[in-house]
Design a protein around this ligand. Sequence first.
Ligand SMILES: NC(=O)c1ccc[n+]([C@@H]2O[C@H](COP(=O)([O-])OP(=O)(O)OC[C@H]3O[C@@H](n4cnc5c(N)ncnc54)[C@H](OP(=O)(O)O)[C@@H]3O)[C@@H](O)[C@H]2O)c1
Length: 278
Amino acid sequence: MDPSGKEVVLITGCSAGGIGHALARAFADNNCLVVATSRSRGSMADLEQDPTRFFLQELDVLSDTSVQHVLSTVLDKYGRIDVLVNNAGVGCVAPLAEIPLSALQHTFNTNVFGSMRLVQAVVPHMASRRKGKIVNVGSIAAMAPGPWTGAYIASKAALHALTDTLRLELRPLGIDVINVVPGAVRSNIADSTMSAYNRMPEWKLYKPFEAAIRETGYFSQGTKTTPTEEFANKTVAAVLKKNPPAWFSYGHYSTIMAIMHHLPLFIRDFFIRIALKC
Ligand SMILES: NC(=O)c1ccc[n+]([C@@H]2O[C@H](COP(=O)([O-])OP(=O)(O)OC[C@H]3O[C@@H](n4cnc5c(N)ncnc54)[C@H](OP(=O)(O)O)[C@@H]3O)[C@@H](O)[C@H]2O)c1
């Protein structure tokens, strides 16, 4: 048990170079005890140097056993989890008419069911203390769906909807739910998305769009992309507020996408078709 009174924050997907890793550092800089998790400890080896602030655990959001094991280890060690950050996620680029259903399923399994697996595992503990915060990391892309990333966008739109309902359902149990909605933020997401893309079959109807599809995979990682640390510092400041916001969006494209969301569809489609070449 930890008597320090510091907030214990569990974050999924903390591989170096990504948002989870930067969030882990930002929470630790704000006097939190951080349970940094990822599929392999090696991907967050630098955090290992600082065991007073970071407790490292391997966690795969696709596995009940892995999630239950980590939760019981953390509760044995600290006696509590104050904040859960569902950050782990995968991108997916492919035209919807030809995407292998296994790729669509994997995207939902990770981004939607993976997050829900953590939520269901942690809620009984938080409810017993009538205290806790759950942060789901969505995506601004879900505000104005474009071509080629339909699987990813649909998974994040589903997560946004689940988060809205969770916020209402968990309030009577004393748990705050926060939808963190990144714009374009520097991370490894384009590299991992494109390595999955390179394993997909050749397109039939969409072969002429191959270059545009590939370009979309790197769309979030341009020169104006928001630095990871900047995004993490702003996010942590919002999450640690006594009354955290229901929705926190930050990062390149977040304002323009919020405006796009409210445009008439024919105008929105016009701009998206120009930007994404379809
Ligand atoms: N970067 C952006 O512009 C942006 C924009 C909108 C939303 N987001 C969201 O932000 C979150 C973080 O992504 P990121 O941009 O930081 O990308 P990233 O660098 O690729 O990080 C994704 C993290 O999720 C982990 N992950 C994937 N599958 C997992 C699984 N089954 N179990 C546990 N961990 C798993 C990855 O682990 P491995 O290293 O083992 O693959 C990695 O640690 C995601 O939810 C993403 O959708 C990012």
